[in-house]
Design a binder for this molecule. Structure first.
Ligand code: SF4
Ligand code: SF4
Length: 211
């Protein structure tokens, strides 16, 4: 399953389909192409519209790719590598079976956000996933306001540091406690609380009360 029909999603879908696997390519809007549809030329002088036309042509004629436009994944369950999901579009719901999930849309959106900024400050606190604990429930993918987590080719969540703003939402939501925030582990927070609760010198707080 590839979620997101932009250039990254279409490229991922073609790569997987060319290996002989069937791909469900899911796009929320009514056409493929994503953000790159708004670009006329790249810095190297390439033409995104030409590339998009080429990719769409290949995708629509590829026997291993099924495209779902105006659709979104609304439920996802089953064992890793043999997921069952439900897609919803304006005509109702469709059940699909699939292996790994690739969130190409998040990656593309994030890349565009970064490319469109003149400068950006990144937080030192970054979320990290312990792959051994991740059950690929997709909760972090859904709740992250920055679209950072995605399910990688190993079938577990991955969070690119450059995309993570360190807000901590996914850490508190993950049912498997698989995510930690660098520099904000439970031990580090407890140590800070302990330091705040240390008895203070009352003469500092109430000058003149000592002696
Ligand atoms: S919420 Fe936790 S268990 Fe679910 S996909 Fe994200 S890291 Fe994995
Ligand atoms: S810490 Fe916040 S920004 Fe980073 S992945 Fe989790 S929810 Fe997204």
């Amino acid at each position: 399953m590839v979620i997101g029909g932009g250039v990254a999603g279409m490229t991922a879908a073609l790569t997987i389909a060319d290996q002989g696997f069937h791909v469900h390519l899911v796009e929320q809007s009514d056409r493929l192409g994503g953000f790159a549809r708004n670009l006329k030329f790249t810095l190297e002088g390439n033409s995104p519209p030409k590339l998009i036309r080429y990719l769409i042509e290949k995708i629509t004629h590829h026997p291993n790719i099924t495209v779902y436009l105006k659709s979104s994944l609304v439920s996802h369950n089953g064992p890793m590598g043999a997921f069952n999901g439900t897609l919803q579009n304006e005509n109702g719901t469709i059940s699909v079976q699939y292996g790994p999930v690739t969130m190409a849309k998040s990656a593309g959106q994030q890349a565009m956000k970064i490319l469109c900024k003149k400068e950006m400050t990144i937080s030192a606190a970054k979320a990290q996933v312990d792959p051994d604990k991740c059950s690929a429930c997709l909760l972090c993918v859904r709740v992250c306001p920055y679209g950072a987590p995605f399910i990688n080719e190993d079938g577990v969540s991955q969070i690119p540091p450059s995309a993570c703003a360190g807000c901590g939402i996914c850490v508190s939501e993950c049912p498997s406690r698989a995510i930690t925030l660098k520099h904000c582990t439970d031990d580090q927070i407890l140590a800070k609380i302990d330091a705040l609760l240390e008895p203070t010198d009352s003469s500092f707080l109430f000058p003149g009360s000592a002696g």
